[in-house]
Design a protein around this ligand. Structure first.
Ligand SMILES: C[S@@+](CC[C@H](N)C(=O)[O-])C[C@H]1O[C@@H](n2cnc3c(N)ncnc32)[C@H](O)[C@@H]1O
Length: 238
C-alpha cells in the first residue's frame, strides 16, 4: 500500500455519510499537503494499540489554518499522545513560538519525540508531564499568563473539558482560539441512550453537557464542525 493511501482505520473517526467520501477528502486535500514529518509520525502511530486516539489529519489541517489565521506564537495543548497535533503546532509556529504541551503520560510523547527532533522543532515545545487541571492552574498562578496565549487545543479526558474551558478562557487572549476535539464522540451525542454502550455513556453525557455549555457561552463565537470526531472551535470575544 502506498504511504499516502488512506488505511481502513483512518475512516473510523469519519462522521461523513460514506467511507469513500472521507477517503476522497484525505487523498485529495489532506495527504498531498501533509508535511513529511507528520506523515512519518502518523505512520509510526499507526502501529500503536491506541492509534485511534491521534488527531484526525483533516482536523489537523484546519487546526494549522487556524494557527496561521491568529498568527499564533504562544499556544497550549492538553493531550499529546504520540504528538501528531503537537508536531503540527510546532511546525506551524514561528521560530520563536512556544507550545506548552500537557499530558499525564510521557511515554507516548517519547514515541513521537525522535520525529519531532528530526524536524528541528523540539525547541518550541515545553512538555509538562502532569494532570491538566493542576498544570493549567499553575499557569494561572502567574498573572502574566492571563490573556497571554493565542491558541489552545484540547484533546484529553473529555469529562474535564468544562473545567479546562474556564481556565483556558482566562489564559487565551481576546480574539484567541480554543479548539475542543471529539465533540461528536463517534456520533453518540445524537443517538438514543439505549444505543450507546455503557462504557461510552459517561463521556457521551459530559460531551452533551459541554456542547450545551459552549452553545450558551456568550463570551465565545463557536463553530461545531463535523471533522474527524467533531471539533468545536471557540473564539474568545471578551
Ligand atoms: C486523544 S489523546 C491525544 C491525541 C493527540 N492530540 C494526538 O494528536 O495524537 C489523549 C491524551 O490525553 C492524555 N490525558 C488523559 N487524561 C489526561 C489528564 N487528566 N491530564 C492530562 N492529560 C491527559 C492521555 O494520556 C492521552 O495521551
Amino acid at each position: 500500500m502506498a504511504k499516502d493511501e488512506a488505511k481502513a482505520s483512518d475512516y473510523s473517526k469519519g462522521l461523513l455519510k460514506s467511507e469513500e467520501l472521507y477517503k476522497y477528502i484525505l487523498e485529495t486535500s489532506v495527504y498531498p499537503r501533509e508535511p513529511e514529518p507528520l506523515k512519518e509520525l502518523r505512520n509510526i502511530t499507526h502501529n500503536h494499540p491506541r492509534a485511534g486516539m491521534a488527531t484526525a489529519p483533516d482536523a489537523g489541517q484546519l487546526m494549522e489554518m487556524l494557527l496561521n489565521l491568529v498568527n499564533a506564537k504562544k499556544t497550549i495543548e492538553v493531550g499529546v499522545f504520540t504528538g501528531y497535533s503537537l508536531l503540527l503546532t510546532a511546525l506551524t509556529l514561528p521560530e520563536d513560538g512556544k507550545v506548552i504541551a500537557i499530558d499525564v503520560n510521557r511515554d507516548s510523547y517519547e514515541i513521537g519525540l525522535p520525529v519531532i527532533k528530526k524536524a528541528g522543532v523540539e525547541h518550541k515545545i515545553d512538555f509538562r508531564e502532569s494532570e491538566a487541571l493542576p498544570a493549567l492552574d499553575e499557569l494561572l498562578n502567574d498573572k502574566g499568563n492571563e490573556g497571554g496565549f493565542d491558541f489552545a487545543f484540547v484533546d484529553a479526558d473529555k469529562v474535564n473539558y468544562s473545567n479546562y474551558h474556564e481556565r483556558l478562557m482566562r489564559l487565551i487572549k481576546v480574539g484567541g482560539i480554543i479548539v475542543y476535539d471529539n465533540t461528536l464522540w463517534g456520533g453518540s451525542v445524537a443517538e438514543p441512550e439505549s444505543d450507546t454502550p455503557e462504557w461510552r455513556r459517561e463521556v457521551k453525557n459530559a460531551t452533551l453537557e459541554l456542547n450545551k455549555k459552549l452553545s450558551a457561552d456568550q463570551r465565545v463565537q463557536i463553530s461545531h464542525a463535523a471533522l474527524g470526531d467533531g471539533i468545536t472551535i471557540c473564539r474568545r470575544l471578551y
